[in-house]
Unconditional design. Sequence first.
Length: 365
Amino acid sequence: MLKFLPEDYRPYLAYLPDLQACVNLFMTFTPLFSYGSTCYSIYKRQTSMGFSLDICCTMFMASILRIYYYFCSPYEPTLLRQSIIMILIQTLLLKVSLYYRPANYDPELLTSMPLLENELNMRVPRRLSSATLEHQLYWLGDWISSLGTITFDIIKYVSGYFIAYFNQGLRFFDVYYRRPLSFWQWKLEANYWWFVIGFSTVFGITTLIFHENVMYSNIIGVLGLFIESLLPLPQILLLNRLQLVKNFKVILLLSWLGGDCTKISYLLFGTDNILIIFIVAGLFQMSLDIYIAFQYLQFKYFTTTNKNLNDGASLHRRNQLIDDVVNDLVSVSSEIELDVLEKGQKDISNNQTSSWSRSRSSTLA
């Protein structure tokens, strides 16, 4: 490549900055560009509606585990510096998001998760239930038909359990459902910081004790990558529910895809003796990010033109911003509670009036 450059200019190449150092510097401060723009957007709009706090939780845990993994098995220092910068920007992002969260936010107004038993009863064949198993005859006269029926029921049994648990796991990342113990949906800001401190303390102590244990280092490495690979899930569910991308920033998606390419390249070419699970987790996260890109193109350029525009309710809901949708959910839940309270007060007043009328009638008599 240098042969195309005149010889008079070649000595000046020594004064140019090192390309590798520039790339490492850019990778270190990438979170400032992607999540810093989100912080500015929340500050500018004076509301954090539409931003999923699960992103902060995911990046906190993944970055903390990645830092501890460095002390067990050192890797590229650029990724270590990136993790430190990530924790700093996520601290600012969480603080800003909680500060501009709506004052009427209440996790108790969220929808409770459906019972797992109900979904299992719906998906598992009734012939395999405890109530009907002893009364069902699997013998159909020949072995082929009987084995076919048993095999079909076993497949439905396994797939029913898998789909039920898979759907229940997806609901954990859906912002419309209330999680067990309201995890990361707390109303008090202090609960978020106490969780981050407790998470860092527990894994810091265990890393200090087992930092020379190969199995422990692999566990926290795989756990960190697995948690980070789940980062796009809340965004996928939110876009799929709302079917609009007005509040979604493309720069965030580009930073995710760039991080995926860098991480997979490092795992494949930058280190030796890497576990296959690390590569699988990186490819899984990239597949989710690519799916978000597909959602963005679909909902931005194809959805509104292909769907039936005569349905006014669905069109109105598609054109709503995330702020309006969540405000509608909160207001509807509040109206339901007010209706219940008013009905209860009305029943109490009617009972008091009737009892007063009966007592007055008996007195007059």
